[in-house]
Design a protein around this ligand. Structure first.
Ligand code: ZN
Length: 86
């Protein structure tokens, strides 16, 4: 009993830490697809937000469903606006 309760608390703490971090790193970049500036998330943050593997995010960017914003190709910035269309 006591053991499973402890695990639950640990995972909740982890979840809050992830949310806090993504808010701190959220950056605004120009999205060519939207034709305007958009809030962006990193690949890992977008995957965490949608609870899908990052490979899923990559394939949806490739299909044009999600927008990749910004000019740095080594560090993908995913347009939050395109994620919200879900
Ligand atoms: Zn966009």
């Amino acid at each position: 009993m006591a053991r499973s309760k402890k695990i639950l608390i640990t995972s909740e703490t982890h979840e809050k830490a992830v949310l806090k971090r993504s808010r701190q790193t959220a950056s605004v970049q120009f999205c060519g697809e939207c034709g305007q500036e958009a809030e962006t998330l990193s690949l890992n943050e977008a995957a965490a937000l949608l609870s899908v593997p990052w490979t899923e995010i990559i394939s949806r960017i490739a299909s044009g469903e999600f927008h990749s914003a910004g000019s740095d190709e080594r560090c993908l910035a995913i347009c939050v606006r395109s994620l919200r269309k879900e």
